[in-house]
Write a protein of this length. Structure first.
Length: 52
């Protein structure tokens, strides 16, 4: 998930979406990966492992 996607889903500002994702990253729930055009994706690896 990206901050842009979260912004659209929750109808919040981009800074609010980024702050929420960063808080989950700092808690160890999400991990980051640089994707196209330098955008950052936030990934819940444990969830992906369960469904993969």
């Amino acid at each position: 998930m990206t901050a842009t996607t979260l912004r659209r889903i929750l109808d919040v500002s981009f800074p609010a979406a980024t702050a929420a994702l960063e808080e989950l990253r700092r808690a160890g729930i999400l991990h980051t990966k640089v994707i196209e055009r330098g955008a950052t994706a936030y990934i819940a690896r444990e969830v992906l492992d369960l469904i993969g």
